[in-house]
Design a binder for this molecule. Structure first.
Ligand SMILES: NC(=O)c1ccc[n+]([C@@H]2O[C@H](COP(=O)([O-])OP(=O)(O)OC[C@H]3O[C@@H](n4cnc5c(N)ncnc54)[C@H](OP(=O)(O)O)[C@@H]3O)[C@@H](O)[C@H]2O)c1
Length: 307
């Protein structure tokens, strides 16, 4: 098979496309003929070496946390899927940028019928992150006010739609050129964070989903109601500010969860969710990583592993 491999930490220049042996599905795993692999910020954070203290990886490794494709072999004891099933999943911390990948069945679901397999590779990590943030960590209820930072990106665009599905009133920060896109996804109020201070535009919010961190996260305390929730997969909110403002802080790492992905697939098939995808060839992973590092994407980038 073909795979992108990393022999040393660094920038996107260290990515190499190579021929390597196919992985083998172990007990409880399947082998997937990958059609599409999502490109996530975690990929270039790992690539840079910034995370090697928490996530030690033997070199060389293949980046990529999520894929969509077709099951082509079953490991021992697998009954949940059969050969030929089109599946998708947040498979691991690495391994996705390849023409084949193995994954535990517990991390996979049947792909939504409403999406092409290429689009589907963009979904698992972003949709699981948005779903877990809004339902498990923030407990969003109907008619609550939810502010989503970086709403036009991979996680943000899912979060806007999931918050609307949950019945919330959605405030979203994004550059002006993304406002029409976000209105189309259901956002109620748009704030151009490049020209407006969001804390002057919105107040008494029940939930902030922070997908930016830093100063944006710190300033978010001011817009929350007492007993509101500040949830961030980017970094741990400041505990002493959380105490001062009477806010519940939540920081989390996204959990891989095939059952939750089945529910998410249903939301796509019922028309509650859509995804905006820009595709690069697998051999063009360097360009895709560099574009992701620019931090001004709409929706998600994917690598087309069939090219
Ligand atoms: N801990 C975990 O398990 C976990 C899981 C998933 C994601 N994350 C983290 O969550 C963050 C978001 O992920 P993502 O995949 O959604 O990123 P992404 O797709 O790269 O986000 C891009 C978006 O960020 C927006 N943006 C950049 N700076 C902004 C600012 N100051 N205010 C508002 N919007 C801003 C851009 O909007 P404009 O183009 O409109 O300017 C763009 O649409 C990343 O840091 C990622 O690593 C963590």
């Amino acid at each position: 098979m073909k795979a992108i491999r990393v022999y040393e930490y660094g920038n996107a220049d260290v990515l190499r496309l190579e021929d390597v042996a196919d992985p083998v599905a172990g007990a409880g795993e399947v082998l997937i003929d990958v059609a599409s692999a999502g490109v996530n910020p975690i990929d270039w954070k790992i690539l840079s070496g910034a995370m090697k203290a928490f996530i030690p990886l033997p070199l060389p490794f293949t980046p990529g946390v999520e894929v969509a494709g077709t099951v082509i072999a079953l490991g021992q004891g697998v009954t949940e899927f059969k050969i030929g099933d089109e599946v998708f999943g947040f498979i691991n911390i690495v391994g996705g940028y390849a023409t084949k990948a193995v994954a535990a069945v517990s991390k996979l679901a049947i792909k939504p019928k409403a999406l092409s397999v290429l689009q589907t590779g963009a979904v698992p990590a972003a949709a699981l992150t948005a779903w877990q943030a809004l339902t498990e960590h923030a407990g969003v209820q109907r008619r609550q006010k939810v502010l989503i930072h970086a709403a036009a990106g991979g996680v943000g665009s899912m979060a806007v739609q999931i918050a609307k599905y949950l019945g919330a009133e959605v405030y979203a920060t994004a550059s002006a050129h993304n406002h029409a896109y976000l209105k189309g996804l259901g956002a109620d109020y748009l704030i151009d964070y490049t020209t407006q201070a969001f804390e002057e535009q919105v107040s008494e919010v029940d939930v902030v989903l922070d997908l930016v961190g830093g100063d944006t996260q710190t300033r978010s305390f001011k817009v929350l109601k007492r007993n509101g929730v500040l949830v961030s997969p980017v970094s741990q909110p400041n505990m002493s500010l959380a105490n001062d403002y009477g806010v519940t802080p939540a920081n989390f790492a996204t959990r891989s969860d095939g059952r939750q992905l089945s529910l998410i697939a249903e939301l796509f098939d019922k028309g509650h969710l859509t995804v905006d995808v820009e595709a690069y060839a697998l051999s063009d992973a360097k360009a895709a990583i560099e574009k992701s590092q620019g931090r001004h994407l709409r929706g998600r980038l994917v690598l087309d592993a069939t090219q």
